[in-house]
Ligand binder design. Structure first.
Ligand SMILES: Cc1cc2nc3c(=O)[nH]c(=O)nc-3n(C[C@H](O)[C@H](O)[C@H](O)COP(=O)(O)O)c2cc1C
Length: 267
């Protein structure tokens, strides 16, 4: 602070307490001090938040991989899962890229590493060029393929993980580990009860087209096509439609479609 500014500040402080200029000056200094404090706290906590977010993601991956009921710890369970990066346009796995340092959310904001979407059913505006996928093996053979998916609900972007059987068409598990839909309504999208319906559902049809639908109301299990439909969320049709739309996007041509079409050749 320059000497002139200090002198002026001293002069304002010397004013009587009831002078509005003094009230304003004190309020201004208080605001500045508080904003510096809040910014410094936010910056110093960021590494811890990032560490916690990465740990939370690992926990979710291990959960949808079905490895969370083993006695081994989180890090060891996660180490049993291969993380690979996929070029979404070609569907190829990129062996020269390190997935452990790749953040798809950052890539989606970077025009050099993502592209704007004309057709955007998931409401995400830009799609990263690359996405991580997680592969679980059983005696060397791929037993589960886990795809990160995300898209707009009613109020928030919902981030989830979709586990597929090796056929690349049948769901094994779904989780939403980040969403801010209304508690008790849209947030039921992350409830174990709703997610329990997903294993065994057919997500992709014979021509490679996404077919999974979120019904309005309940699905009659004996009705034709019941294997391609899950119950709607009561009082939260729009969140449910958000899930249907993000599935249509990520399982389609602009999402993991090209990768899933090449699964047969995947080692
Ligand atoms: C306070 C409030 C919160 C709501 N939150 C959600 C929500 O998280 N997800 C959702 O789909 N609909 C939510 N709705 C309801 C929607 O506005 C809309 O009515 C609903 O999605 C229609 O679904 P329904 O046909 O199952 O009633 C909310 C409504 C209110 C008044």
């Amino acid at each position: 602070m320059s000497l002139g500014l200090l002198e002026r500040f001293g002069a304002v402080l010397a004013l009587p307490d009831e002078d509005p200029r003094k009230t304003l000056a004190v309020a201004l200094v208080l605001c500045l001090a508080c904003s510096v404090l809040v910014s410094a706290t936010a910056v110093s906590l960021r590494p811890m938040q990032e560490h916690n977010a990465a740990r939370e993601l690992k926990r979710e991956v291990v959960k949808v991989a079905g490895l969370d009921d083993t006695d081994i710890g989180l890090e060891q369970a996660f180490a049993r899962i291969e993380t690979r990066l996929v070029d979404l346009d070609t569907g190829e796995i990129l062996d020269n890229a390190d997935p452990s340092v790749y953040a798809y959310r950052e890539a989606a904001r970077d025009p050099a590493r993502s592209r704007a979407l004309d057709e955007d059913p998931a409401g995400i505006r830009r799609r990263p060029d690359r996405m991580p996928v997680y592969l679980v093996r059983d005696a060397g053979e791929i037993s589960t393929i886990i795809l990160p998916v995300y898209g707009q609900g009613l109020w928030s972007t919902m981030h989830g993980l979709l586990a597929l059987a090796p056929d690349g068409r049948t769901a094994k598990a779904l989780s939403f580990y980040e969403q801010r839909e209304t508690a008790g309504l849209g947030s039921e999208v992350a409830s174990p009860k709703w997610l329990r319906q997903w294993p065994g559902k057919t997500l992709i049809g014979p021509q490679g087209e996404p077919v999974i639908e979120v019904a309005k109301g309940r699905v009659d299990p004996s009705a034709p096509g019941a294997d391609r439909r899950v119950d709607g969320l009561s009082g939260a049709t729009l969140t449910g439609k958000g899930v249907e739309s993000l599935m249509a996007f990520w399982l389609g041509e602009q999402g993991y479609g090209p990768f899933l079409a090449r699964l047969d050749g995947l080692q």
